[in-house]
Write a protein that binds this ligand. Structure first.
Ligand SMILES: Nc1ncnc2c1ncn2[C@@H]1O[C@H](COP(=O)(O)OP(=O)(O)OP(=O)(O)O)[C@@H](O)[C@H]1O
Length: 450
């Protein structure tokens, strides 16, 4: 089967499924190959893959068979846009992956949705955003490396790609290489195996900007670390910019050689904090506005975005997934998305992200972290070594559970709700001024949400 053949089948499907469905579900399908009766199509998201398979799979198969194609089964695969060199264009979202450099250089693909324009800035990410902007401006290398870290789906990859796009736009001759630490290791091992280390070294040392995503991956991998260290030093010596990302701060990455850890910390280390309500709402509003440019008929009732921003608090990827679901829903039913419909459409995501952490778990984790007794959490002691962890636990209880202040107070040895409120406020202030507390809280939150 050829692309042309698929084109004809697609046209016949248009009649069968209707214009709206066609535009949303069929048109974005990219025919990849037909092998042994299995036709593979590329789709932009997992959600779409499931949906198309479930709702249109049979119809597509029938139309293909009727057209004379020797197909017995369909596969809808999602290309990994940002990580896999084999990725293909994503028509539905307009994402066109582009290599970050010339063909002879190593590196992964850049996602053209990940630009500064599409990055919504709020308190939790403003520092990381400002640093990324600064580095993207080029000029004398100021922070080297720029080390971005934060939890899953908070925009690290987005910012790195945005820097790469910006730098390339400013100076197309710059050799900007973006790749994951895993790809770096893969290249390195391959070079070792094929006895092409000289080429490998030359290749990586000839770049102007090196971006390595998820560097925590090299923890425990000694020879990769060693090579990374040499590459790093060579580039820094030549004043070339390095940008790294990880899911935690350099100091928290275990099994990393000290000299590497200190290298990672030698530039600017900035973190992306978990999103807050305002940022989530801003992201949702921005994405809806963009979607409307293409589909002006989209109608969302007041309060729906606020509801999602309030309930889907895990990470931006989940938030986007929820929104995609709503868009799909809206295009299928062709009606305004009311709060009720949104709750329906997102029921499973909402259930999944419902906070299930208990106050007791929080107390236990915090006690463990600060090395105090569980009984001190609920006991009367007022010394700071005990009182501060207790306040941290109160803050986490407020953030991660739906319990009221009086209820939390009861679980902390029958304390009054004003005591809880005071504790929660105090930690809220300290997070802004005391980096140790901020780090503790962040670590504990991640451990509890994991
Ligand atoms: N501030 C933001 N504004 C707009 N979109 C955002 C923002 N932050 C994250 N996103 C979007 O959320 C998704 C996840 O972001 P990204 O892939 O950059 O996360 P990450 O921090 O690299 O996560 P991981 O550790 O899983 O790789 C992307 O689609 C990205 O565009």
């Amino acid at each position: 089967m050829t692309n042309e053949h698929w084109g004809k089948v697609r046209d016949s499907l248009q009649q069968a499924v209707g214009q709206n469905n066609y535009r949303n579900w069929i048109e974005p399908l990219e025919f990849a190959e037909l092998e042994d009766g299995v036709a593979t199509f590329l789709v932009p998201t997992n959600f779409m893959s499931n949906w198309v398979e479930r709702n249109f799979g049979d119809q597509i198969l029938q139309h293909l068979v009727r057209s004379g194609a020797e197909v017995s089964r369909l596969v809808f695969a999602v290309p990994k846009l940002d990580k896999s060199p084999a990725a293909t264009p994503d028509r539905a979202t307009g994402a066109r992956p582009v290599r970050a450099e010339g063909d002879d250089l190593p590196g992964a693909l850049l996602d053209n949705r990940f630009t500064f324009d599409s990055f919504v800035v709020g308190k939790p990410n403003q520092l990381a955003h400002a640093a990324a902007r600064r580095v993207a401006e080029g000029g004398p290398v100021t922070f080297n490396p720029l080390f971005l870290y934060g939890g899953v789906g908070l925009g690290k990859t987005h910012l790195m790609h945005a820097i790469a796009w910006d730098m390339r736009a400013r100076d197309p001759s710059l050799k900007v290489v973006y790749l994951s630490a895993e790809q770096f290791m893969y290249r390195f091992v391959q070079a070792l195996r094929e006895k092409q280390m000289m080429d490998f070294k030359h290749l990586f040392r000839s770049v102007d900007v090196l971006m390595v995503d998820d560097v925590q991956f090299i923890a425990g991998k000694e020879s990769t670390q060693e090579e990374f260290f040499h590459t790093f030093n060579a580039l820094v010596d030549h004043n070339k910019q390095i940008i790294l990302s990880a899911d935690r701060a350099p100091g928290e990455i275990k099994d990393l050689e000290d000299r590497i850890r200190s290298r990672l910390q030698s530039g600017l280390v900035v973190d992306l904090h978990p999103t807050d309500y305002e940022l989530r709402l801003g992201i949702l509003q921005t994405k809806v506005a963009r979607y409307r440019e293409q589909y002006p008929e989209l109608k969302i009732a007041d309060g729906v975005l606020e509801f999602i921003a309030h309930r889907l608090t895990t990470n931006v990827r989940v938030l986007e997934g929820g929104l995609m679901r709503l868009f799909a829903f809206a295009s299928l039913v062709g009606q305004e998305i009311t709060l009720e419909k949104a709750q329906d459409a997102l029921a499973d995501i909402l259930r999944m992200t419902d906070r299930k952490v208990t106050v007791e778990e929080i107390q236990r984790k915090v006690a463990e972290h600060y090395n105090i007794r569980m009984s001190d959490m609920v006991g009367p002691k007022r010394q700071r070594v005990v009182a501060r962890p207790r306040q941290v636990a109160m803050w986490l209880a407020k953030e991660l559970t739906t319990r009221s202040l009086p209820d939390i107070g009861r679980r902390f040895g029958g304390r009054d709700h004003t005591t809880v409120m005071h504790g929660v406020r105090r930690i809220g202030e300290l997070i802004k001024t005391d980096s140790q507390i901020a780090e503790d809280v962040e670590l504990l939150r991640r451990a509890l949400e994991a």
